[in-house]
Design a protein around this ligand. Structure first.
Ligand SMILES: [Zn+2]
Length: 316
């Protein structure tokens, strides 16, 4: 995702933490109720206030993985493909994941590993802080914001789709794409597809983020007039009420890796809707507003769920 989109989604997640408990399910997929829900709400409020206190860190931290760490390959991607896309691939030794009767092969990438590892690192930092005052709360909250970058990237279908990497010698100017000529034969997206869609989303975000004072306008190219997609990326408290589009869940202990692989598979499936199997060079314009809304809502809900996982891990 682009710079302002990363900031916007992280700020939205903070804004909606407390309310999102209404739409939170446990590991049996039931809505929380009674004392469990009340406890969850109290913790959500504490987590929200702490993140809000350090909100100014977002601008740097949510962008640092692209700008400073530059660990795009492998850590911002999880490139999946299917037999239907590349019938003659012969890559039988690649890691495989089964979902809904379909096999997803991983060609490259380590995004879920990065998130799982970073979450554990934050939990460890918090334990050391409690024991010997080794870390400042500010450092810990910086990491919460940093992890938001990887979470958001996981929801970008192109980051989870091998078809986004047409065979080529040199690295694409989009750093999340892998270089290399040794790719299976099949239909790939246009080389401009990645940048084009992320730009479209950023343009939809800018007017809303400026209006809600989430970002400051620093360039005339940041338009204040809403685009056709702006309605799809606008969210408020109501969207986190029970049965609404922003859903959160209790990720079981040690269950983060599985959760993230699932997020990436969902992302890949959305890639197949946006860039259909028969001709991935044509983006499906009809479904774009709806799929955009699903992607952005999941970004926010799943980021809150991962923050909640870390927060709960820190309390033990
Ligand atoms: Zn990135």
């Amino acid at each position: 995702m682009k710079h302002n989109t990363h900031i916007y989604l992280a700020v939205k997640a903070i804004e909606l933490i407390r309310q999102s408990v209404d739409n939170m399910t446990d590991n049996k997929n039931n809505y929380l109720k009674g004392s469990a829900k009340a406890k969850e709400r109290r913790e959500a409020l504490k987590c929200q206030r702490t993140l809000q206190y350090y909100r100014d860190l977002i601008e740097e931290a949510s962008w640092a993985p692209d700008d400073v760490l530059r660990d795009n390959d492998p850590y911002h991607i999880f490139k999946l493909f299917t037999d239907a896309e590349f019938p003659d691939h012969n890559l039988i030794n690649k890691p495989k994941f089964e979902k809904g009767g379909i096999t997803y092969y991983k060609y490259a990438g380590g995004l879920p590993h990065r998130i799982d590892h970073m979450a554990q690192e934050i939990i460890d930092m918090s334990k050391l802080r409690d024991r010997n005052d080794q870390f400042e709360l500010k450092q810990i909250m910086y990491k919460y914001m940093l992890i938001s970058h990887y979470m958001v990237d996981a929801h970008v279908p192109m980051h989870c789709d091998l078809r986004d990497d047409p065979p080529q010698k040199r690295r694409d100017n989009e750093p999340s794409r892998r270089k290399g000529l040794n790719k299976p034969k099949g239909k790939y997206m246009k080389s401009s597809a990645h940048n084009s869609l992320e730009t479209l989303w950023d343009q939809a975000v800018n007017p809303v983020a400026i209006e809600e004072e989430i970002i400051q306008r620093t360039w005339v190219k940041e338009k204040i007039k809403e685009t056709k997609l702006s309605g799809s990326i606008r969210f408020g408290l109501k969207d986190c009420e029970k049965d609404q589009i922003i859903k959160t869940s209790i990720i079981p202990k040690n269950g983060l890796m599985e959760f993230m692989i699932d997020v990436c598979i969902t992302s890949k499936k959305r890639g197949q809707i946006l860039f259909p199997l028969e001709d991935p060079k044509q983006r499906n314009a009809t479904v774009l507003p709806e799929v955009t809304r699903d992607i952005f809502a999941d970004c926010i809900g799943n980021l809150i769920s991962v923050w909640r996982y870390i927060w709960a891990g820190c309390q033990k």
